[in-house]
Design a protein around this ligand. Structure first.
Ligand code: UD1
Length: 418
């Protein structure tokens, strides 16, 4: 089993270029089957969530090619029967995104309940309720969702919660539906606007993404496109927090600073210096920072749940006490016992963690329990004194490309041991 071995205590210096956002690429790959023509997505990272999505697409007849520059081309001309194999769907929660496009393209889809990160219940009731309002019948037999869209129609749908995945799925399910579909209480995350832009570049008529109301006017056909998805705001945020913890001076290139304004606002309250210029963010830190009093995860543009464990790692070595409330997923404090092994002082009650900053962490043998939690252990290891071994890093591989070479390039002492 691969692991990261880290000798902590080195500052980070240098530049890194951020690739396309995993959470954009995944729905865009699913949406690529909405046309019979070829679709190319540029600048995609080499991560296991994307590899798994490509396996699923291949399993339903797509021809997938990928070059060394991270350009992925999907040719779904010969797509066959809409059934996603159970083992693949369990590997990747985003397999659920395929329901919308498969139903639009083939009027039928059969998919098992999806898997994904172990960070809470993650039901798909909002996806299913919305699809049913679009006239799609769903039979939930024997662990499979057997869906039929032959009677699909446009609808006015109010989502119970602004779910990112459900908003995306429903947009994709209604691109070909006659008439106008209106979705209310939609998620406003930048990845939704990216999906809208991608679909419109293929000839769809979607508007309103980024606001809580999205309007989809049905069209008859979509065409192929070459598209560059938005940069990964969570990757950018993770490396910014790494620099804040270790001290040093790093510049992230190819980013959209507005997408992480909530993190920038938080870090700017400490002694970190952050300068944003066009598509670059430079962060300078002199080491031990003042604690942030309170961090509440929230829907976009609030503080992202996907950066909660990383900012918690930062709080463990900050000066003072920080209260972190996790409002999106119910079990996203699984990394706390691992951070405590490294000397952190954290108490958790329900969805709130109280982090009392200590002067420093020490190296330890720890295990990733989920994707973002795993990344936060790497950050803790970089800032700790001595040797940290992070195990179960297949969780990290789901979303972080080349973490060891990137961090080594910034001056860290980290190797991946096979
Ligand atoms: C997406 C992101 C994930 C991020 C999350 C929140 C992708 C591939 N993943 O996940 O990285 O952490 O947004 O920003 O884009 N919910 C329901 N019923 C549903 C759907 C969701 O109750 O049918 C609840 C969830 O349990 C959760 C909340 O809604 O409490 C938000 O989930 P959602 O926005 O759907 O997250 P994902 O799309 O799964």
């Amino acid at each position: 089993m691969s692991r990261y071995i880290i000798e902590g205590g080195r500052p980070l210096e240098g530049c890194l270029r951020v690739k396309a956002a995993k959470n954009s690429v995944l729905p865009l790959l699913a949406a690529s089957i909405l046309t019979q023509e070829k679709v190319t997505l540029q600048n995609c990272p080499e991560i296991s969530d994307i590899r798994n999505m490509l396996k699923i697409l291949t399993s339903i007849g797509c021809v997938v090619t990928r070059d060394d520059e991270g350009n992925i081309t999907i040719d779904s001309k010969d797509l066959y029967c809409g059934q996603i194999p159970c083992v693949l769907a369990k590997e990747l929660r985003s397999s659920v995104f395929l329901m919308g496009p498969m139903l639009s393209r083939m009027k039928k889809a059969k998919i098992s309940y999806p898997g994904g990160c172990e960070i809470g219940m993650r039901p798909i009731d909002i996806h299913l309720a919305g699809l049913r309002e679009l006239g799609i019948t769903i039979d939930e037999e024997s662990g499979y969702l057997d869906c039929d869209a032959s009677g699909a129609h446009s609808a006015q749908i109010l989502l119970d919660l602004p779910s990112v995945g459900a908003t995306e799925n429903l947009i994709m399910a209604s691109v070909f539906t006659k008439g106008v579909t209106v979705l209310r209480n939609c998620a406003k995350e930048p990845e939704i606007a990216d999906l809208q832009n991608f679909l419109n570049a293929m000839g769809a008529r979607v508007s309103g993404a980024g606001s809580s109301m999205i309007i989809i006017e049905g069209v008859e056909k979509l065409h192929g496109v070459t598209y560059t998805p938005i940069p990964d705001r969570i990757i950018a945020g993770t490396y910014m927090i790494a620099a804040a913890m270790c001290g040093g001076n790093i510049t992230l290139e190819g980013v959209i600073p507005e997408h992480i304004s909530s993190l920038i606002a938080k870090l700017s309250k400490t002694t970190c210096k952050i300068v944003c210029k066009n598509d670059k963010i430079t962060i300078r830190s002199k080491g031990r920072l003042k604690s942030l009093e309170r961090i509440d995860t929230m829907y976009y543009p609030g503080f992202p749940t996907d950066l909660q464990t990383q900012i918690m790692a930062l709080q463990t070595i900050s000066r003072g006490t920080s209260v972190i409330a996790e409002n999106i997923f119910e079990t996203r404090f699984k990394t706390v016992p691992q951070l405590i092994k490294m000397g952190a002082d954290i108490t958790v009650r329900d969805r709130t963690a109280v982090v009392r900053g200590v002067p420093g962490l020490h190296g330890a043998q720890v295990s990733a329990t989920d994707l973002r939690g795993g990344a936060s252990l790497v950050l803790a290891g970089l800032a700790a004194e001595g040797r940290t071994e992070v195990r179960e890093i297949y969780h990290i591989d789901r979303g972080y490309e080349d973490m060891a070479p990137i961090l080594s390039g910034l001056g860290a002492n980290i190797i991946r041991q096979i």
